[in-house]
Design a protein around this ligand. Structure first.
Ligand code: HEM
Length: 292
C-alpha cells in the first residue's frame, strides 16, 4: 500500500508530478562516462584539506577562512601574472579586465574577516598553541602577490628556505618586472617617460621618482588623450586600495584576537603588522593626486 505522503488525493503520484513540474526528472543519474560535480571539482580533495588538529569548535572556522583566502590568492596570482604579460605586449583591454577581477576578488577576501570575527580570543586560545610556528607570514601565495605587485624585500625569501620549490618560484619572481614596472614601461613606450627612469634591477622596493610622477601628472591632466593609461592607473589604485583594506582588516582582527602577543610566526605581531600598513606599492599614483 502507498504511504499517504506519496499518494495524491486525486489519484496521481505527488512526488512524480512535482519532479515533472520542475524538470528535475531529467537530471543525469549516471556519471560513468563523464565528470560529475564532485569529480570535476575534486570536492573530496578540497574538503579533505580541512583537518583540525584539536577538538576546539572554532578551529574549523579558522581553517576554512584561511583556505578560502588561499583559494582567492591562487586566482589573483593567475590574473596578475596574465595581466603583466598582456601589458608587456601592449594589450591593455584584457589586462584591464583581469585587474578588475583582482579587485573584486580582493573585496571577497576582505569580507571574510567578518566571519572570522565571530571567534573570540578565548575561542582562539583553545587551539592557538596546537599549530606551533605556523603563520600567514609563511604564505608563499601571499608573498607571490606582494612580489607581483612590487612589494619586494629579499629577506622575505628566508622563511621559504626549507621549501625549495616555493623558494625558487619567489626568487624568480623577485628578479622580474612587477605590475608597476610594466605600467611604467607602458608610459615609456608612449614617450611620456625616458627609458633612463626605468629600473633595471627589480629585487627591491621602487623608490619614489620625480620623473615618473611627472609622467603620471601628464596622463591625469589629459585623460582623453591618454585614456588607456589613465584607466590602467586607476585600476592599479583600486588594487592597492583593496590591498591596504585587507591589511587593515587583518591587523584589527589580530589585535582583537591576541592583543600585543608575539606572533606565531615569530614577529612582533600587531606592531609588525602596523608597520606594514605604511608600505606604498605605487607611490607616484598617490602623489599625483596632490599635484592635480
Ligand atoms: C585569528 C586570526 C589571525 C591572527 C591572530 C593572525 C595573526 C598574525 C600575526 C601575529 C602575523 C604576523 C606574523 C607572525 O605570525 O609573527 C600575521 C601575519 C600574516 N597573516 Fe595572519 N592572523 C590571523 C588570520 C589570518 C588569516 C585568516 C589569514 C589569511 C590567509 C592571514 C594571513 C596572514 C598573512 C599573509 C600574514 C603576513 C603579513 C605580512 O607579512 O605582511 N592571517 N598574522
Amino acid at each position: 500500500m502507498k504511504s499517504t505522503s506519496q499518494s495524491c488525493p486525486f489519484g496521481g503520484d505527488a512526488t512524480a508530478e512535482k519532479a515533472a513540474e520542475t524538470g528535475a526528472e531529467n537530471a543525469h543519474q549516471s556519471f560513468k562516462d563523464s565528470f560529475s560535480y564532485s569529480s570535476y571539482l575534486r570536492i573530496e580533495q578540497l574538503l579533505g584539506a580541512q583537518a583540525p588538529i584539536t577538538q576546539a569548535h572554532d578551529e574549523s572556522l579558522f581553517i576554512t577562512i584561511h583556505h578560502v583566502q588561499e583559494v582567492w590568492m591562487s586566482l589573483i596570482i593567475k590574473e596578475l601574472t596574465a595581466a603583466i604579460a598582456h601589458l608587456g605586449d601592449g594589450n591593455f583591454e584584457p589586462a584591464m579586465k583581469m585587474l578588475a577581477r583582482v579587485s573584486r576578488a580582493q573585496e571577497q577576501m576582505s569580507n571574510a574577516w567578518e566571519v572570522l570575527k565571530t571567534m573570540t580570543p578565548a575561542d582562539y586560545l583553545e587551539f592557538r598553541g596546537a599549530f606551533g610556528r605556523a603563520s600567514g607570514f609563511q604564505s608563499w601565495q601571499y608573498r607571490s602577490i606582494e612580489f607581483l605587485l612590487g612589494n619586494r624585500q629579499r629577506y622575505m625569501l628566508k622563511p621559504f628556505a626549507e621549501q625549495p620549490e616555493h623558494h625558487a618560484r619567489l626568487a624568480s619572481l623577485i628578479e622580474r618586472p612587477s605590475l608597476y614596472d610594466v605600467a611604467l614601461q607602458a608610459l615609456c613606450k608612449r614617450g611620456l617617460l625616458a627609458e633612463s627612469a626605468l629600473r633595471t634591477q627589480f629585487d627591491q622596493m621602487p623608490q619614489p621618482n620625480a620623473e615618473v610622477l611627472k609622467a603620471w601628472v601628464s596622463v591625469y591632466r589629459d585623460t582623453a588623450k591618454h585614456w588607456d593609461l589613465y584607466y590602467l592607473a586607476e585600476k592599479l589604485v583600486d588594487v592597492e586600495d583593496n590591498f591596504r583594506r585587507w591589511r587593515f582588516n587583518h591587523v584589527v582582527t589580530v589585535e582583537r584576537m591576541i592583543g600585543h602577543k608575539i606572533g606565531s610566526g615569530g614577529t612582533t605581531g600587531v606592531d609588525y603588522l602596523r608597520k606594514v600598513l605604511d608600505v606604498v606599492l605605487f607611490p607616484e599614483l598617490w602623489q599625483v593626486r596632490t599635484e592635480l
